[in-house]
Design a protein. Structure first.
Length: 290
């Protein structure tokens, strides 16, 4: 590991000053990725800026309109242990509770998992399906983008020099709606997805799907939204046939690689099956809350 300076700013202003000092900087939200990358020589920096001492990044809340705002450095365990988040945003619990093991989850964060920009990250498809957005801060002000626009390629995000991901915003769920995240891994736990799918569904009183989102992980260079899969759902009844059509569209949207963890045909098949199962899970959640 190269030598570097460790900084622990207590405010965003201090963090922006550090980012602007001309040194090569890496940001630490949880450290479960970046420390490993530094140790293995895959990342290099002159200074490591620890964001866990900045109050705005360590807070989360459910707003008056029912939306959820999560600071980029809030540990995953705090998210999935919250009873209100469990009740209102179970798909967020689906992903937050399976990123690494319990020890990892006490440090790892949504902000870090997103900015690490792994195509196989668990938080990304779930948050895309939920229609989440990220708020990005710099010394010049704030900007806000959909989660799916944060990814530039494997391990690469769209943050500009001097920017920090401030928080993740998840909109309040609509009436008669639910989301679900599902993945396939070779082992029972402590592994990364070979393929994954996050979905959301909204039904009207007659059971017709009025809105849907389908997102896929580990089947492209970045986590992706699959508009054709959503289009196969909207306007149709929530039936096995409808879900199968959406699964086929999800498989067609995938552009996976062939590597030691899975083949192209396998990942396309998984995109289909995982999407169908995630849709079944979302539908079950809707029925359970009626």
């Amino acid at each position: 590991m190269d030598s570097f300076t460790y900084l622990a700013p207590r405010s965003l202003g201090e963090a922006f000053t550090a980012l602007g000092n001309g040194k090569r900087s890496l940001l630490l939200a949880g450290g479960t990725d970046v420390i490993v990358q530094l140790r293995e020589g895959r990342r290099h920096c002159d200074q490591l800026i620890d964001l866990k001492h900045i109050p705005e990044l360590m807070a989360y809340r459910i707003t008056d309109d029912g939306a959820l705002e999560v600071g980029a450095s809030v540990p995953l365990a705090r998210i999935y242990e919250d009873a209100e988040i469990q009740r209102r945003f179970p798909a967020l619990v689906d992903c937050a509770s399976i990123i690494g093991g319990v020890a990892i989850q006490s440090r790892a964060t949504l902000g870090g998992n997103l900015c690490n920009a792994s195509p196989a990250a668990d938080s990304s498809p779930a948050l895309i399906a939920l229609g989440a957005r990220v708020v990005i801060a710099s010394s010049a002000g704030l900007r806000e983008i959909p989660v799916e626009e944060l990814f530039a390629g494997p391990g690469s995000n769209t943050l500009r020099p001097g920017e920090i991901l401030l928080r993740v915003k998840v909109p309040a769920p609509s009436a008669n709606s639910a989301a679900f995240y599902h993945r396939f891994i070779p082992r029972n736990e402590m592994d990364i997805a070979v393929a994954s799918s996050g979905v959301s569904l909204t039904l009207d009183a007659a059971g017709t799907i009025t809105a849907a989102r389908v997102a896929l992980g580990a089947v492209a260079a970045t986590p992706i939204l699959a508009p054709a899969a959503a289009a196969a759902l909207v306007g149709a009844q929530a039936t096995p046939e409808t879900f199968a059509a959406a699964g086929e569209a999800a498989a067609a949207a995938a552009s996976p690689i062939d590597d030691m963890r899975g083949g192209i045909a396998q990942r396309r098949h998984l995109a289909k099956i995982l999407t169908i199962r995630a849709l079944e899970g979302a539908l079950k959640r809707i029925r359970e809350t009626r």
